[in-house]
Write a protein that binds this ligand. Structure first.
Ligand code: 8YV
Length: 328
């Protein structure tokens, strides 16, 4: 059987795959240009891909022999799940193993916003420490006693709530469905409407997948409701925010700041307007980027592919009727 990887994986994973399959690995431009992807997917039985690869109907059609798509991610908004299932292709993904790493990064960004960590680093490097020696200068704010609004109380949202609890923050959340009373109690989280969450939180953190329903849900309408002192954190998907609206909101100082690990289109370059704003903290999509987590993701992505190609159930299969499916 022949498989295609749109990017290299860990050496141990490649070695494992080479035992069973004829492996082709794309090593050029990322994401792989669509034309190239379409020509390479022909005659392949399996595909390992990443969130920046758009596996749309054209790609799926071109995969005349394709039987398994294994994505190295928890998100699968880059894959046309409906089209894949119509073709009988098994789609698998890597949830759970990256929950804690992503929640940790969310806390890191939140702490940085409140305590101005990276801003302080930049200030010293510019030789400006002397300018902020006064006792009232360069102040951040406490996390304890502040209200964190979590949008999306899935695995990652809950892990963030758990961490924020030990920082003595008050926790509000909004979710499609209210979670169980037991879970609310254990996370000390109160269910509120999206509107109330944006109006009353000191920091809003986004943890929903990108779907037609969540596409740009965070727009100027919601952003305008936030407190002037509040922050926004996004470690989920860039497309759940209307980035133009956010840039304007930050420029006009309607909110205090934002921390973003994900963007509308990735990677962003230095010409992106976000890079010119001082009240935004940006990181290069590193939610799951720890050595331990990425290794586990690689193990699962390989196992998922092997099981699917052997006609067995992968460890984590995307449901064909998933309401998260569909490319936008
Ligand atoms: C990426 C992610 O998979 O899991 C997801 O959905 O967005 C990340 O973990 C990772 O950055 C590799 O591209």
């Amino acid at each position: 059987m022949k498989i295609l990887l749109t990017r290299r994986l860990h050496d141990f994973a490649i070695k494992e795959l080479r035992k069973r399959y004829q492996v082709e690995i794309h090593s050029g431009r990322i994401p792989m240009p669509k034309k190239l992807l379409i020509s390479k997917i022909r005659e392949k039985d399996g595909l390992i891909c990443y969130p920046y690869d758009k596996i749309d109907a054209d790609v799926i059609e071109a995969g005349n022999k394709l039987r398994a798509i294994s994505t190295f991610s928890v998100g699968y908004d880059h894959i046309d799940i409906k089209r894949a299932s119509q073709r009988g292709i098994v789609v698998s993904y890597t949830p759970e193993v990256l929950t804690k790493a992503t929640a940790d990064l969310t806390m890191a960004l939140m702490i940085d916003l409140f305590r101005r960590v990276t801003e302080g680093d930049r200030l010293i490097r510019k030789g400006k420490w002397k300018a902020i020696l006064g006792p009232y200068e360069f102040l951040g704010s406490d996390l304890h006693g502040k209200t964190l609004g979590i949008v999306g109380m899935g695995r990652i949202g809950a892990a963030v709530a758990q961490r924020a609890r030990s920082f003595e923050m008050n926790i509000l959340y909004h979710n499609r469905k209210r979670v169980s009373a037991k879970m609310e109690r254990s996370l000390n989280a109160r269910y509120v409407s999206l509107d109330e969450l944006f109006r009353t939180s000191d920091v809003v953190s986004l943890h929903v997948p990108h779907t037609p329903k969540t596409h740009e849900i965070v727009n100027s309408g919601l952003l305008r409701k936030m407190k002037k002192t509040a922050f926004l954190v996004n470690t989920a998907r860039g497309k759940i925010i209307n980035e133009k609206d956010l840039v304007l909101t930050l420029k006009r100082k309607i909110i205090a700041g934002a921390a973003l690990d994900v963007f509308q289109t990735e990677p962003i370059g230095s010409s992106n307007p976000l890079t010119r704003l001082t009240n935004v903290l940006i990181t290069p999509h590193i939610g799951s980027a720890t050595a331990e987590t990425r290794r586990k993701m690689a193990e699962i992505a390989v196992k998922n592919l092997e099981l699917s190609l052997a006609g067995k159930r992968p460890i984590y299969q995307v449901k064909a009727e998933s309401n998260r499916s569909g490319l936008l």
